[in-house]
Design a protein around this ligand. Structure first.
Ligand code: ADP
Ligand code: MG
Length: 683
């Protein structure tokens, strides 16, 4: 089968259609209805009136045609059939319509029946003038997703025309279709555009009908094929071969104050194996907050250094980068590793010195923020790139760091995220990515108890803060997120700080927020880490990665304003030591439905994957990942929740098509379903 060559849609209305992404005939044909109207039957007027409140289609002859002026100008047309009379009311109308609906004209009208002051009526019905005995359509009438300036009739015509022109050849071989019990392409598409009147309407609406299943499968298959091809493209790029284990790795492991968990060992083995390949690793390391990703990434860095290469670790905030630097330098420097520190807030002189160390290769490990991806930073021999909290970075930023390899070698890339992505989502949306999961917390952690408390019981909460501090524990107090105004958010944090300092005499209360100078921020964080500050008032800047095991109480104000994953991240700042930890979610009533669901989820589980699953349920995948990463336009028909089984099948089929090199099928299928949109998946 040769790949179908996309033909351009006809010139008329082209730009309006293009705005809906409908550029080729095939695009039009695959623009499937969202619902249908039943114009296949006519109901006697009397019966329609009795049923009331439903959309019905009636047919009658105009017996009266008036323009009324009260309460405003409107056209009133009365039609009659053998069973009764009905008023059609038009608030906006053209002069031509008055003539068109002259007495004696036969019309078919369709709308919801209302009972008005003068009896039954239809307001602004869709109608058409017909001859007596004009045949009724035998199929349901499609209603398409439409855009501005595009009428249904225009879309219907464009799609019907396109259906005459396209090449209907099935992209998938018959043997595959029958083994998977899938419908053929052409009948499935035709049925979805023009379903017969007697069809199972429920199966059409919830998209469980076999015709829908075929569409969803095709769409998912195209996506999987495209992912697999991107993967192949990556494999032909060269990457440094980092031999599995060396002196540094051994020494590092030997001096760690703890043993790696089983899960850490497993993911480390996966990463180690990848690094020995001659093509670049692209792996996402997922693990719930506190699961111990940092040490795994440090061991990956050790492998690069053991092989004579540099490693770079980039974190989204200075606080987090600083914390990594302290921790990892404390592990590595005693073993003779040269660690450089590079952030935007460095003094110019220090920045130049750090950059020079990176360029000469003296620095074996570089830790920092976005400053790492500046043009001025050049690596002597970059072998491994580690990106922490990867979802905080744009795709472009991650790519820039990856492009800092030398000698035509692409460095390996390890991305880390505590925002767990459900398996289906990872499989379908994350282009060309291997995923490792740490699904076990280090031993000795005690579970976090979560409670939701009404705002007006703040005094009790402050009392608990006091009690915890007296026991030598530390407390985070997170100020409300105020999306509309950063100034207001700042003000609230300052006020809260003053209020707590006042209410808790004898305790050290610190304040950290986004507007603090990096040096001041660091000072507060260090004081908190050292235990000199007992209560830390913070805006959401502490959201990512902060690690203070002695903190065991987390208070989140206006918890109803936060999203689920954000709440989970925040809560993950406690429960890192052996003390029993508590998270108090202060809320302001009354709570909306979604907020209620979120707080309930937080109380019910601390499992990040379960929380992510519910988040997906509440919000849907687009918002979950942000449009930028989701490649939203890619999945129009399949639903990741209900169609998980199809995702798995599509992946298997994609695997065997690529593996068996059935290139013509692959090409034809991608051309049909992705057209020019494949680049979406390249990142
Ligand atoms: P995250 O995965 O959220 O980035 P971290 O890497 O910050 O978690 O680890 C959380 C804490 O757990 C750190 O203090 C770290 O030193 C500690 N830790 C990591 N692995 C283990 C382990 N196997 N046993 C005990 N403590 C560990
Ligand atoms: Mg971390």
């Amino acid at each position: 089968m040769p790949p179908a060559k996309p033909k351009a849609a006809p010139k008329t209305n082209e730009s309006k259609l293009a705005r809906l992404g409908l550029r080729t005939d095939m695009d039009l044909v695959l623009h499937l209805p969202m619902r249908y109207e039943d114009e296949t039957i006519i109901v006697p007027i009397r019966e329609a009136c009795l049923r009331g409140g439903h959309v019905s289609q009636v047919e009658g002859v105009v017996i009266k045609n008036d323009i009324a002026f009260k309460p405003r100008r409107q056209l009133l047309v009365t039609i009659a059939d053998d069973s009764g009379e009905l008023l059609l009311r038009f608030m906006n109308f053209y002069g031509s319509q008055v003539k068109q609906l002259a007495e004696g004209t036969r019309v078919r009208a369709r709308a919801e029946l209302k009972h008005g002051f003068f009896g039954a009526e239809m307001v602004h019905p869709t109608y058409k003038v017909v001859n007596e005995g004009a045949p009724l359509p035998r199929e349901l009438t499609p209603v398409y997703p439409a855009g501005e300036g595009l009428s249904q009739s225009m879309l219907r015509r464009a799609i019907a025309d396109a259906m005459k022109r396209i090449d209907w050849q099935d992209t998938l071989p018959p043997a595959l279709l029958s083994s998977m019990q899938l419908s053929n392409f052409e009948p499935a598409v035709r049925l979805l555009h023009y379903p017969p009147q007697e069809i199972d309407a429920g199966a059409l609406l919830d998209r469980s009908h076999p015709a829908w299943v075929r569409m969803k499968f095709d769409e998912l298959l195209a996506q999987q094929l495209s992912l697999k091809r991107a993967q192949r493209a990556r494999r032909v790029k060269g990457a440094p071969v980092l031999k599995a284990i060396g002196a540094l790795s051994d020494a590092f492991l030997a001096q760690l104050p703890f043993r790696l968990t089983g899960a850490q060992q497993r993911v480390l083995a996966e990463i180690r194996a990848d690094l020995t390949n001659g093509y670049p690793m692209q792996r996402l390391l997922q693990g719930d907050v506190g699961s111990g990703k940092t040490v795994v990434s440090a061991l990956a860095a050790a492998q690069a250094i053991d092989s004579g290469y540099q490693a770079a670790l980039m974190a989204p905030t200075e606080i987090l980068a600083d914390q990594h630097f302290r921790k990892i330098a404390a592990w590595m420097e005693p073993l003779g590793v040269k660690v450089a520190w590079l952030t935007g807030s460095l003094k110019k002189k220090d920045k130049i010195a750090a950059t020079a160390m990176v360029e000469s290769g003296e620095a074996q490990l570089v830790i920092g923020t976005h400053a790492l991806i500046q043009d001025t930073v050049q690596f002597a021999k970059l072998g491994l790139v580690i990106v922490d909290e990867q979802h905080r970075f744009g795709v472009g930023q991650r790519l820039t760091l990856r492009n800092k390899g030398s000698n035509g070698k692409t460095p390996h890339q390890l991305m880390m995220s505590a925002t767990p992505i459900p398996r289906t989502l990872a499989m379908t949306y994350y282009a060309d990515l291997e995923v490792s999961v740490i699904d076990e917390l280090p031993p000795g952690r005690s579970p976090i108890v979560t409670r939701a408390i009404d705002q007006n019981r703040r005094d009790e909460v402050i009392e608990r803060v006091h009690a915890a501090a007296l026991e030598g524990r530390q407390v985070y107090w997170v100020c409300p997120l105020i999306e509309e105004s950063e100034a207001l958010q700042l003000q609230t944090a300052t006020d809260t700080h003053a209020m707590l300092a006042d209410a808790l005499p004898g305790l050290q209360v610190g304040l950290v927020h986004g507007r603090l100078k990096p040096a001041d921020k660091q000072e507060v964080m260090h004081a908190f880490t050292a235990g000199e500050v007992q209560v830390l008032v913070a805006t959401t800047v502490i959201e990512v990665g902060v690690d203070v095991p002695n903190a065991s109480l987390m208070v989140i104000e206006h918890a109803e304003r936060f999203g689920l994953s954000q709440l989970h991240q925040l809560r993950g700042r406690v429960g890192r030591g052996s003390a029993a930890s508590v998270c108090l979610l202060l809320y302001q009533s009354p709570l909306g439905q979604i907020a209620k669901q979120r707080l309930m989820t937080m109380r019910e589980t601390t499992d990040g994957f379960e929380i992510a699953r519910r988040d997906l349920e509440i919000r849907g995948p687009g918002e979950f990942l942000g449009a930028r990463q989701s490649g939203q336009a890619m999945l129009r028909f399949a639903d990741l929740e209900t169609d998980q089984w199809l995702v798995e099948q599509a992946r298997d089929v994609a695997h065997s098509l690529i593996h068996d090199a059935v290139d013509d099928v692959v090409e034809a299928h991608l051309a049909r379903w992705l057209g020019g949109r494949e680049e979406f998946l390249k990142v």
